[in-house]
Write a protein that binds this ligand. Structure first.
Ligand SMILES: Nc1ncnc2c1ncn2[C@@H]1O[C@H](COP(=O)(O)OP(=O)(O)OP(=O)(O)O)[C@@H](O)[C@H]1O
Ligand SMILES: [Mg+2]
Length: 372
Protein backbone atom coordinates (compact mmCIF):
# COMPACT_ATOMS: atom_id res chain seq x y z
CA UNK A 1 0.00 0.00 0.00
CA UNK A 2 1.29 3.43 -0.76
CA UNK A 3 0.12 7.01 -0.66
CA UNK A 4 -0.06 8.41 -4.15
CA UNK A 5 -1.46 11.82 -3.49
CA UNK A 6 -2.18 13.97 -0.44
CA UNK A 7 -4.14 17.18 -0.50
CA UNK A 8 -4.63 19.28 2.61
CA UNK A 9 -6.41 22.56 3.28
CA UNK A 10 -6.45 24.76 6.38
CA UNK A 11 -4.52 22.13 8.27
CA UNK A 12 -2.50 23.62 11.14
CA UNK A 13 0.03 26.01 9.52
CA UNK A 14 -0.84 24.94 5.93
CA UNK A 15 -3.42 26.84 3.93
CA UNK A 16 -3.38 24.52 0.97
CA UNK A 17 -0.90 21.95 -0.27
CA UNK A 18 -0.78 19.00 -2.62
CA UNK A 19 1.93 16.37 -2.29
CA UNK A 20 2.71 13.50 -4.63
CA UNK A 21 5.02 11.36 -2.56
CA UNK A 22 7.69 9.02 -3.80
CA UNK A 23 6.72 5.40 -3.92
CA UNK A 24 9.66 4.37 -1.73
CA UNK A 25 11.19 7.03 0.48
CA UNK A 26 10.23 10.58 1.42
CA UNK A 27 12.06 13.16 3.50
CA UNK A 28 10.35 16.22 4.97
CA UNK A 29 13.21 18.57 5.69
CA UNK A 30 13.18 22.01 7.31
CA UNK A 31 13.85 24.05 10.43
CA UNK A 32 11.88 23.66 13.63
CA UNK A 33 8.20 24.64 13.64
CA UNK A 34 7.82 24.78 9.84
CA UNK A 35 5.23 22.01 9.44
CA UNK A 36 7.05 18.68 9.01
CA UNK A 37 5.22 16.79 11.74
CA UNK A 38 1.95 18.37 10.60
CA UNK A 39 2.31 16.46 7.32
CA UNK A 40 2.85 13.17 9.14
CA UNK A 41 -0.21 13.96 11.23
CA UNK A 42 -2.29 14.43 8.06
CA UNK A 43 -1.07 11.11 6.62
CA UNK A 44 -1.67 9.30 9.91
CA UNK A 45 -5.17 10.72 10.14
CA UNK A 46 -5.93 9.48 6.64
CA UNK A 47 -4.84 5.99 7.67
CA UNK A 48 -6.47 5.75 11.09
CA UNK A 49 -9.15 8.42 11.26
CA UNK A 50 -7.33 9.95 14.23
CA UNK A 51 -4.54 12.31 15.10
CA UNK A 52 -1.55 11.01 17.05
CA UNK A 53 -1.06 14.37 18.75
CA UNK A 54 -4.42 15.36 20.10
CA UNK A 55 -7.80 14.02 21.12
CA UNK A 56 -9.34 17.39 20.28
CA UNK A 57 -9.18 17.32 16.52
CA UNK A 58 -10.49 20.88 16.18
CA UNK A 59 -6.95 21.92 17.10
CA UNK A 60 -5.89 20.73 13.66
CA UNK A 61 -8.02 23.35 11.89
CA UNK A 62 -5.87 26.38 11.09
CA UNK A 63 -6.41 29.29 13.41
CA UNK A 64 -9.05 31.69 12.11
CA UNK A 65 -10.40 29.09 9.68
CA UNK A 66 -13.75 27.33 9.90
CA UNK A 67 -12.86 23.91 8.57
CA UNK A 68 -10.04 21.73 7.37
CA UNK A 69 -9.85 18.82 4.98
CA UNK A 70 -7.48 16.03 4.02
CA UNK A 71 -7.95 14.07 0.81
CA UNK A 72 -5.70 11.08 0.25
CA UNK A 73 -5.38 8.55 -2.48
CA UNK A 74 -3.78 5.21 -1.60
CA UNK A 75 -2.97 2.42 -4.00
CA UNK A 76 -1.96 -1.21 -3.97
CA UNK A 77 -1.52 -3.65 -6.80
CA UNK A 78 -5.19 -4.30 -7.02
CA UNK A 79 -7.13 -1.58 -5.27
CA UNK A 80 -7.43 2.12 -4.64
CA UNK A 81 -8.53 3.66 -1.38
CA UNK A 82 -9.62 7.26 -1.37
CA UNK A 83 -9.98 8.81 2.07
CA UNK A 84 -11.66 12.20 2.44
CA UNK A 85 -11.58 13.65 5.93
CA UNK A 86 -13.33 16.87 6.82
CA UNK A 87 -12.88 18.56 10.17
CA UNK A 88 -15.25 21.16 11.55
CA UNK A 89 -15.20 22.49 15.11
CA UNK A 90 -16.47 19.59 17.23
CA UNK A 91 -17.23 17.47 14.17
CA UNK A 92 -15.37 15.02 11.95
CA UNK A 93 -16.59 13.44 8.75
CA UNK A 94 -14.63 10.71 6.97
CA UNK A 95 -15.48 9.01 3.71
CA UNK A 96 -13.60 5.98 2.45
CA UNK A 97 -14.21 5.35 -1.24
CA UNK A 98 -17.29 7.54 -1.03
CA UNK A 99 -18.83 5.78 1.95
CA UNK A 100 -19.23 7.57 5.25
CA UNK A 101 -17.35 5.66 7.97
CA UNK A 102 -16.95 5.62 11.70
CA UNK A 103 -14.21 4.05 13.78
CA UNK A 104 -11.44 2.12 12.14
CA UNK A 105 -12.93 -0.18 9.53
CA UNK A 106 -11.19 -3.10 7.92
CA UNK A 107 -9.49 -2.31 4.67
CA UNK A 108 -8.07 1.04 5.66
CA UNK A 109 -4.45 1.70 4.80
CA UNK A 110 -2.10 0.43 7.48
CA UNK A 111 0.38 2.74 9.13
CA UNK A 112 3.18 2.36 11.64
CA UNK A 113 4.41 5.52 13.33
CA UNK A 114 7.54 6.02 15.40
CA UNK A 115 7.66 9.35 17.24
CA UNK A 116 10.21 10.51 19.82
CA UNK A 117 7.71 10.09 22.69
CA UNK A 118 7.64 6.35 21.95
CA UNK A 119 11.05 6.04 23.62
CA UNK A 120 9.16 6.16 26.93
CA UNK A 121 8.05 2.66 26.05
CA UNK A 122 11.27 1.21 27.42
CA UNK A 123 12.00 3.42 30.43
CA UNK A 124 8.57 4.81 31.20
CA UNK A 125 5.81 3.55 33.48
CA UNK A 126 3.89 0.29 32.90
CA UNK A 127 1.04 2.45 31.61
CA UNK A 128 3.09 3.29 28.49
CA UNK A 129 3.74 -0.36 27.76
CA UNK A 130 0.12 -1.35 28.32
CA UNK A 131 -0.93 1.41 25.95
CA UNK A 132 1.45 0.05 23.33
CA UNK A 133 0.09 -3.46 23.83
CA UNK A 134 -3.52 -2.32 23.61
CA UNK A 135 -3.17 0.07 20.70
CA UNK A 136 -0.39 -1.40 18.57
CA UNK A 137 -0.26 -5.15 19.14
CA UNK A 138 -3.86 -5.71 20.25
CA UNK A 139 -5.51 -4.82 16.93
CA UNK A 140 -3.84 -7.85 15.32
CA UNK A 141 -6.53 -9.82 17.14
CA UNK A 142 -10.00 -8.79 15.95
CA UNK A 143 -11.57 -9.54 19.35
CA UNK A 144 -8.99 -7.68 21.38
CA UNK A 145 -10.59 -4.23 21.31
CA UNK A 146 -13.97 -5.64 22.25
CA UNK A 147 -12.58 -7.63 25.20
CA UNK A 148 -10.57 -4.67 26.41
CA UNK A 149 -13.63 -2.40 26.27
CA UNK A 150 -15.77 -4.90 28.20
CA UNK A 151 -13.02 -5.54 30.71
CA UNK A 152 -12.54 -1.84 31.41
CA UNK A 153 -16.28 -1.32 31.76
CA UNK A 154 -16.60 -4.08 34.38
CA UNK A 155 -13.41 -2.90 36.09
CA UNK A 156 -14.92 0.54 36.59
CA UNK A 157 -18.12 -0.89 38.00
CA UNK A 158 -16.18 -3.21 40.27
CA UNK A 159 -14.10 -0.31 41.59
CA UNK A 160 -17.30 1.65 42.32
CA UNK A 161 -18.65 -1.32 44.20
CA UNK A 162 -15.45 -1.67 46.24
CA UNK A 163 -15.86 1.94 47.29
CA UNK A 164 -19.47 1.36 48.33
CA UNK A 165 -18.46 -1.67 50.36
CA UNK A 166 -15.74 0.37 52.01
CA UNK A 167 -18.33 3.04 52.86
CA UNK A 168 -20.62 0.29 54.21
CA UNK A 169 -23.28 1.02 51.61
CA UNK A 170 -23.02 -2.48 50.13
CA UNK A 171 -22.30 -5.96 51.48
CA UNK A 172 -19.10 -7.88 50.67
CA UNK A 173 -21.15 -10.67 49.13
CA UNK A 174 -22.29 -8.39 46.29
CA UNK A 175 -18.77 -8.65 44.86
CA UNK A 176 -19.21 -12.21 43.72
CA UNK A 177 -21.28 -11.66 40.60
CA UNK A 178 -19.01 -8.86 39.47
CA UNK A 179 -15.96 -11.03 40.11
CA UNK A 180 -17.29 -13.65 37.74
CA UNK A 181 -17.86 -11.21 34.89
CA UNK A 182 -14.61 -9.44 35.58
CA UNK A 183 -12.61 -12.66 35.51
CA UNK A 184 -14.35 -13.91 32.40
CA UNK A 185 -13.32 -10.91 30.34
CA UNK A 186 -9.99 -10.62 32.14
CA UNK A 187 -8.95 -14.20 31.50
CA UNK A 188 -9.82 -13.99 27.80
CA UNK A 189 -7.96 -10.70 27.48
CA UNK A 190 -4.93 -12.08 29.24
CA UNK A 191 -4.91 -15.18 27.08
CA UNK A 192 -4.90 -13.00 23.96
CA UNK A 193 -1.96 -11.07 25.32
CA UNK A 194 -0.10 -14.30 25.93
CA UNK A 195 -0.88 -15.32 22.36
CA UNK A 196 0.39 -11.98 21.11
CA UNK A 197 3.67 -12.50 22.93
CA UNK A 198 3.99 -15.97 21.48
CA UNK A 199 3.42 -14.56 18.00
CA UNK A 200 5.76 -11.60 18.28
CA UNK A 201 8.63 -12.91 20.43
CA UNK A 202 10.53 -14.85 17.75
CA UNK A 203 9.99 -12.09 15.20
CA UNK A 204 11.24 -9.44 17.62
CA UNK A 205 14.29 -11.46 18.48
CA UNK A 206 15.15 -11.96 14.85
CA UNK A 207 14.72 -8.30 13.87
CA UNK A 208 16.72 -7.07 16.83
CA UNK A 209 19.53 -9.45 15.95
CA UNK A 210 19.55 -7.93 12.50
CA UNK A 211 19.57 -4.34 13.71
CA UNK A 212 22.42 -4.91 16.15
CA UNK A 213 24.63 -7.08 13.96
CA UNK A 214 23.78 -10.09 16.17
CA UNK A 215 25.27 -8.41 19.24
CA UNK A 216 22.04 -8.25 21.21
CA UNK A 217 19.45 -10.83 22.14
CA UNK A 218 16.16 -9.13 22.85
CA UNK A 219 13.63 -10.93 25.00
CA UNK A 220 10.16 -9.63 25.58
CA UNK A 221 8.45 -11.08 28.67
CA UNK A 222 4.92 -10.62 29.85
CA UNK A 223 4.60 -9.77 33.54
CA UNK A 224 1.27 -10.77 34.96
CA UNK A 225 -0.14 -9.74 38.32
CA UNK A 226 -1.71 -13.21 38.41
CA UNK A 227 0.27 -16.27 39.22
CA UNK A 228 -0.28 -18.28 36.07
CA UNK A 229 1.62 -21.03 34.40
CA UNK A 230 2.41 -20.57 30.74
CA UNK A 231 1.12 -22.14 28.53
CA UNK A 232 -2.22 -21.65 30.07
CA UNK A 233 -5.85 -22.22 29.16
CA UNK A 234 -8.63 -19.73 29.65
CA UNK A 235 -10.09 -21.99 32.39
CA UNK A 236 -6.77 -22.07 34.26
CA UNK A 237 -6.45 -18.32 34.13
CA UNK A 238 -10.04 -17.87 35.22
CA UNK A 239 -9.68 -20.02 38.30
CA UNK A 240 -6.36 -18.42 39.27
CA UNK A 241 -7.94 -15.04 38.82
CA UNK A 242 -10.97 -15.81 41.04
CA UNK A 243 -8.69 -17.34 43.66
CA UNK A 244 -6.35 -14.35 43.56
CA UNK A 245 -9.23 -11.92 44.06
CA UNK A 246 -10.46 -13.86 47.06
CA UNK A 247 -7.04 -13.68 48.66
CA UNK A 248 -6.75 -9.91 48.39
CA UNK A 249 -10.38 -8.97 48.96
CA UNK A 250 -9.74 -7.14 52.23
CA UNK A 251 -6.92 -5.11 50.80
CA UNK A 252 -8.99 -4.21 47.72
CA UNK A 253 -11.88 -2.99 49.86
CA UNK A 254 -9.52 -0.98 52.05
CA UNK A 255 -8.09 0.74 48.97
CA UNK A 256 -11.31 0.70 46.95
CA UNK A 257 -9.32 -0.50 43.94
CA UNK A 258 -8.94 -3.64 41.88
CA UNK A 259 -5.34 -4.64 42.43
CA UNK A 260 -4.81 -7.58 40.08
CA UNK A 261 -5.65 -8.22 36.43
CA UNK A 262 -4.53 -7.20 32.95
CA UNK A 263 -5.00 -3.50 33.78
CA UNK A 264 -2.08 -3.82 36.20
CA UNK A 265 0.15 -6.04 34.06
CA UNK A 266 3.35 -5.02 32.35
CA UNK A 267 6.03 -6.44 30.11
CA UNK A 268 9.77 -6.24 30.30
CA UNK A 269 12.42 -6.06 27.64
CA UNK A 270 15.66 -7.84 28.28
CA UNK A 271 18.84 -7.26 26.30
CA UNK A 272 21.31 -10.09 26.76
CA UNK A 273 19.44 -11.04 29.93
CA UNK A 274 19.54 -7.60 31.49
CA UNK A 275 16.50 -5.42 31.95
CA UNK A 276 16.65 -2.61 29.39
CA UNK A 277 14.49 -0.44 31.64
CA UNK A 278 17.35 -0.24 34.13
CA UNK A 279 20.39 -0.72 31.93
CA UNK A 280 19.47 0.28 28.38
CA UNK A 281 21.38 3.17 26.78
CA UNK A 282 19.59 5.83 24.70
CA UNK A 283 20.59 4.12 21.50
CA UNK A 284 19.50 0.74 22.79
CA UNK A 285 16.10 2.12 23.75
CA UNK A 286 15.68 3.61 20.30
CA UNK A 287 16.69 0.33 18.67
CA UNK A 288 14.24 -1.66 20.81
CA UNK A 289 11.37 0.61 19.81
CA UNK A 290 12.46 0.36 16.19
CA UNK A 291 12.48 -3.43 16.50
CA UNK A 292 8.93 -3.39 17.84
CA UNK A 293 7.76 -1.16 15.01
CA UNK A 294 9.38 -3.32 12.33
CA UNK A 295 7.79 -6.38 13.90
CA UNK A 296 4.39 -4.71 13.45
CA UNK A 297 5.15 -3.99 9.81
CA UNK A 298 6.22 -7.55 9.05
CA UNK A 299 3.31 -9.07 10.93
CA UNK A 300 0.93 -6.75 9.11
CA UNK A 301 2.35 -7.93 5.81
CA UNK A 302 2.04 -11.57 6.84
CA UNK A 303 -1.62 -11.13 7.68
CA UNK A 304 -2.87 -8.63 5.12
CA UNK A 305 -0.48 -9.32 2.26
CA UNK A 306 0.41 -5.61 1.96
CA UNK A 307 2.90 -3.42 3.72
CA UNK A 308 1.67 -0.52 5.85
CA UNK A 309 3.18 2.97 5.52
CA UNK A 310 6.02 3.85 7.87
CA UNK A 311 6.25 7.31 9.45
CA UNK A 312 9.39 8.22 11.38
CA UNK A 313 9.20 11.57 13.14
CA UNK A 314 12.67 12.85 14.09
CA UNK A 315 13.92 9.31 14.44
CA UNK A 316 15.58 8.10 11.27
CA UNK A 317 18.67 10.30 11.17
CA UNK A 318 19.19 9.87 14.90
CA UNK A 319 19.95 6.21 14.30
CA UNK A 320 23.57 5.32 13.67
CA UNK A 321 24.72 4.40 10.19
CA UNK A 322 24.62 0.64 10.81
CA UNK A 323 21.10 0.69 12.16
CA UNK A 324 19.86 2.90 9.35
CA UNK A 325 21.34 0.47 6.88
CA UNK A 326 19.83 -2.53 8.69
CA UNK A 327 16.43 -0.83 8.73
CA UNK A 328 16.59 -0.10 5.01
CA UNK A 329 17.67 -3.65 4.34
CA UNK A 330 14.54 -4.96 6.04
CA UNK A 331 11.94 -2.49 4.77
CA UNK A 332 13.65 -0.22 2.21
CA UNK A 333 11.86 -0.35 -1.12
CA UNK A 334 9.06 -2.48 0.33
CA UNK A 335 7.48 -0.04 2.72
CA UNK A 336 6.68 3.51 1.66
CA UNK A 337 8.53 5.55 4.26
CA UNK A 338 8.21 9.16 5.41
CA UNK A 339 10.85 10.69 7.65
CA UNK A 340 11.30 14.19 9.06
CA UNK A 341 14.58 15.93 9.73
CA UNK A 342 15.95 19.38 10.49
CA UNK A 343 19.20 18.48 8.77
CA UNK A 344 20.29 18.33 5.16
CA UNK A 345 20.62 14.59 4.83
CA UNK A 346 20.75 12.27 1.88
CA UNK A 347 19.52 8.72 1.70
CA UNK A 348 20.76 6.21 -0.81
CA UNK A 349 18.63 3.19 -1.49
CA UNK A 350 19.39 0.17 -3.61
CA UNK A 351 19.37 0.63 -7.37
CA UNK A 352 15.99 1.44 -8.81
CA UNK A 353 14.52 2.73 -5.55
CA UNK A 354 13.86 6.45 -5.50
CA UNK A 355 13.93 9.15 -2.83
CA UNK A 356 12.09 12.47 -2.78
CA UNK A 357 13.00 15.30 -0.46
CA UNK A 358 10.41 17.97 0.31
CA UNK A 359 11.76 21.20 1.77
CA UNK A 360 9.21 22.55 4.22
CA UNK A 361 9.10 26.22 5.13
CA UNK A 362 6.36 28.12 7.00
CA UNK A 363 3.56 25.72 6.12
CA UNK A 364 4.53 25.27 2.49
CA UNK A 365 6.59 22.91 0.39
CA UNK A 366 9.07 25.30 -1.16
CA UNK A 367 11.25 22.85 -3.04
CA UNK A 368 11.39 19.21 -4.08
CA UNK A 369 14.61 17.31 -4.67
CA UNK A 370 14.32 13.98 -6.46
CA UNK A 371 17.01 11.37 -6.57
CA UNK A 372 17.81 7.73 -6.80
N1 LIG B 1 -4.22 25.05 14.37
C1 LIG B 1 -3.12 25.63 13.94
N2 LIG B 1 -3.19 26.68 13.11
C2 LIG B 1 -2.07 27.30 12.65
N3 LIG B 1 -0.82 26.91 12.98
C3 LIG B 1 -0.70 25.87 13.81
C4 LIG B 1 -1.82 25.17 14.33
N4 LIG B 1 -1.37 24.17 15.12
C5 LIG B 1 -0.03 24.24 15.09
N5 LIG B 1 0.40 25.25 14.30
C6 LIG B 1 1.78 25.65 14.01
O1 LIG B 1 2.45 24.59 13.33
C7 LIG B 1 3.84 24.70 13.60
C8 LIG B 1 4.42 23.39 14.03
O2 LIG B 1 4.44 22.54 12.99
P1 LIG B 1 5.17 21.13 13.16
O3 LIG B 1 4.90 20.56 14.49
O4 LIG B 1 4.79 20.36 11.97
O5 LIG B 1 6.68 21.61 13.11
P2 LIG B 1 7.94 20.75 12.70
O6 LIG B 1 8.42 21.24 11.38
O7 LIG B 1 7.67 19.32 12.85
O8 LIG B 1 8.96 21.28 13.81
P3 LIG B 1 10.01 20.49 14.74
O9 LIG B 1 11.25 20.34 13.92
O10 LIG B 1 10.21 21.45 15.85
O11 LIG B 1 9.40 19.22 15.16
C9 LIG B 1 4.00 25.63 14.80
O12 LIG B 1 4.63 26.80 14.37
C10 LIG B 1 2.60 25.86 15.28
O13 LIG B 1 2.46 27.14 15.78
MG1 LIG C 1 8.21 17.95 14.29
Amino acid sequence: MYLKRLEIANLRNYSSQVIEPDLFFNIFSGSNAQGKTNLLEAIYLSCTGKSFRTQRESEIISWQKEFSYINSLFETNNRQVEVRAELLPGKKRIEVNGILTRGYPQGWPGVVLFKPEDLALVKGSPLERRRFLDLEFGPFYPQYGYLLGQYNRVLMQRNNLLREIKDKKEKNSSLQVWNEQFCQYGSRLLLQRIEIFKLFSPLIRDIHHDLTGAKEDLDIRYLSTLKINVPSSVEDIYSQFIKGLREIEEEEIKRAQTLIGPHRDDFSLYINNRDARTYGSQGQQRTIVLTLKISQILQWHKEIGEYPLLLLDDVFFELDENRRRALLKRVGGLVQTFVTTTGDHKVTLKDGFTVKKFIVHAGRIVDIVEGE
